[in-house]
Write a protein that binds this ligand. Structure first.
Ligand code: 6CS
Ligand code: FE
Length: 303
């Protein structure tokens, strides 16, 4: 570690989740709760749902959005995809080795309908319960996963990247994935390793500068080693929560997850909203490197 790196680290809180620093992967115990509220009868989840999320690290809710809401989001997503094809904006990420649109970032900022969706009261009720405070959007995007050519997302913990590259201090964030199309086991749905959110894989390899330019197409740093991934899957198995368009998956920031490519004709587009607790605001990235752009990691909790 360079001297500069050490002094930057000393200026802020101790790094309880170091990663991409050591030569060998290490397993660290989670230091934060998964459900940040006490359950009561008034909670926005049942006791069973809350316990399921706590133990498995995710929750699948079928028919969360109705057909009318869904029609709006689907139309908006299609329009955005058409505009994105012709656009040169940095917020648009293309498939690795191709020009199909893979993701469009910061949709809650650029689009009023998705902005409203991000503040949906029934969604926020659940999220504020799980995170135990008010929240703000750390990252939002649509992933298109087009038919025939949609490429995979390799296994990773989101938190590992958000900690190292964005300076998210603690595990008090989650993702909500909203299915815009029917998800099947065969069109590259989200795969999660239940229980993996309780341990942190400290990964190897120093982050290259401007890593996001490659990682959002194909992530190669901040990914778990084969040995630990094998063990985690042996212990927890792999779940693929799939269902109709309008269903949602809420998953903890540290759960190990990924998805396969999509060679079927059926696209699998979905909206991702990442919520972070207002009590967990970003500090300087723990890598000591430049923060990523605002459209990938929002540094202003008031936005
Ligand atoms: O970079 C991010 O913020 C998200 N994207 C990828 C490919 N990995 C980490 C995280 O989920
Ligand atoms: Fe992810």
């Amino acid at each position: 570690m360079s001297k500069n790196h050490v002094s930057i680290l000393q200026e802020k809180e101790v790094d309880v989740y170091p990663s991409r620093i050591h030569a060998k992967p290490e397993i660290l115990k989670r230091q934060d709760p998964v459900v940040h509220s006490e359950w009561t009868e008034n909670a926005s989840l049942t006791k069973e749902q809350s316990d399921f999320y706590d133990q498995k690290g995710y929750l699948f809710l079928e028919d969360f959005f109705n057909q009318e809401e869904l029609n709006h989001y689907q139309k908006e997503a299609r329009d955005l995809q058409i505009t994105a094809r012709e656009s040169q904006s940095d917020r648009i990420i293309r498939e690795p080795g191709g020009s199909e649109v893979r993701s469009v970032f910061a949709i809650h900022e650029s689009n009023p309908i998705f902005n409203k969706l991000s503040q949906d009261p029934k969604l926020l009720g659940i999220i504020e319960y799980l995170l135990g405070s008010e929240t703000y959007i750390h990252q939002s995007r649509i992933n298109y996963k087009p038919g025939f050519t949609g490429k995979e997302f390799y296994w990773h913990s989101d938190f590992e990247t958000w900690h190292v590259e964005d300076g998210m201090p603690r595990m008090r964030a989650l993702s909500c994935s909203i299915a815009l199309e029917d998800n099947f086991h065969y069109n590259g749905p989200l795969m999660v390793v239940p229980g993996s959110h309780k341990e942190y894989v400290s990964c190897v390899g120093k982050t290259p500068d401007n890593h996001f330019k490659d990682s959002l197409r194909k992530q190669e740093y901040g990914v778990p080693d084969h040995e630990n991934l094998t063990r985690m899957v042996k212990e927890g198995g792999i779940d693929t929560p799939v269902g109709k368009a309008g269903s949602i998956v809420i998953f903890d920031c540290n759960i190990m997850h990924g998805s396969n490519s999509n060679i079927t004709p059926m696209p699998r587009s979905n909206i991702f909203m990442v919520y972070n607790s207002v009590e967990n605001q970003l500090v300087q990235p723990y890598s000591g490197q430049q923060p990523r752009p605002d459209y990938i990691a929002n540094r202003d909790a008031k936005k």
